[in-house]
Design a protein around this ligand. Structure first.
Ligand SMILES: [Zn+2]
Length: 247
């Protein structure tokens, strides 16, 4: 752990970010992967915006429910969860759930949001499969989002010649200063999740459709297990872990 990432310098490290964009595949990914980081950023006056790439329509085990209904439920759950953590806004890109690929269309859509919101910091998925972690972590939509987001950061958002229609929309190039990538087993950056543990779990449970739709869902033990595992690497009781890319 470097000097910058010790707990007593965390506030200083975070306070340099005026705006952060959380770019993820599915409704509920921001809370599971970045809930504590979002809470820390918001408490440091950073404006946090979510970009959700897919419509979340595969996140239901009942084949009789129309896809549009599932999407509407999941979008509303995501808006509520974002408010719990203090995020400023949620943008839904609406690509079909389960079929995401790092296409030019996805890169352009993400680059558009980067140029619109001008974030200093981006939080997103790791773009490659990690065989050492549970297979669910390497959902193909996560890999595609990670790859498309990193491509949107560099070169797309910062290159004036990339996606010329963005310029026609009045969106000037923007350069991001940092990216934090989650879902890697060899992370080099840790955020203390202990202080905001209850808030993070409360936000996760806003996604009631993912917990059987019951009124008061119980958090599954694995939520705590993975945060404890990350914390054990960094001297925290609970942590979120990332690979930090500084531009
Ligand atoms: Zn996901």
């Amino acid at each position: 752990m470097s000097e910058n990432e010790k707990p007593n310098t965390l506030a200083v490290t975070l306070s340099k970010f005026r705006s952060a964009l959380v770019v993820v595949a599915h409704p509920d990914d921001p809370e599971f992967l970045f809930g504590a980081a979002v809470a820390h950023l918001v408490s440091n006056q950073t404006t946090v915006t979510y970009v959700i790439c897919t419509d979340g329509a595969n996140g239901c085990s009942d084949p009789t429910i129309p896809a549009a209904q599932i999407t509407a439920t999941r979008y509303e759950e995501q808006r509520v969860a974002a408010r719990v953590l203090g995020a400023n806004a949620v943008v839904f890109l609406g690509f079909p759930d389960g079929l995401l690929a790092p296409t030019a269309a996805l890169r352009e859509a993400i680059a558009r949001e980067i140029r619109r919101h001008k974030p200093d910091l981006i939080l997103t998925h790791y773009p490659r499969r990690v065989l050492e972690l549970p297979i669910e972590a390497s959902h193909p939509d996560h890999l595609a989002t990670g790859e498309a987001t990193l491509s949107a950061v560099s070169p797309d958002a910062g290159n004036i010649r990339a996606f010329p229609q963005l310029l026609e929309e009045g969106l000037q190039p923007h350069r991001v200063s940092e990216v934090w990538v989650a879902g890697h087993d060899r992370s080099n950056h840790f955020i203390d999740a202990s202080l905001f543990l209850d808030l993070k779990v409360q936000a996760i449970l806003c996604h009631r459709s993912q917990f059987g739709g019951v009124e008061n869902p119980v958090p599954p033990p694995w939520i705590y297990f993975w945060m404890k595992w990350a914390g054990s690497k960094a001297g925290y009781e609970y942590a979120e872990s990332y690979t930090r890319i500084v531009m």
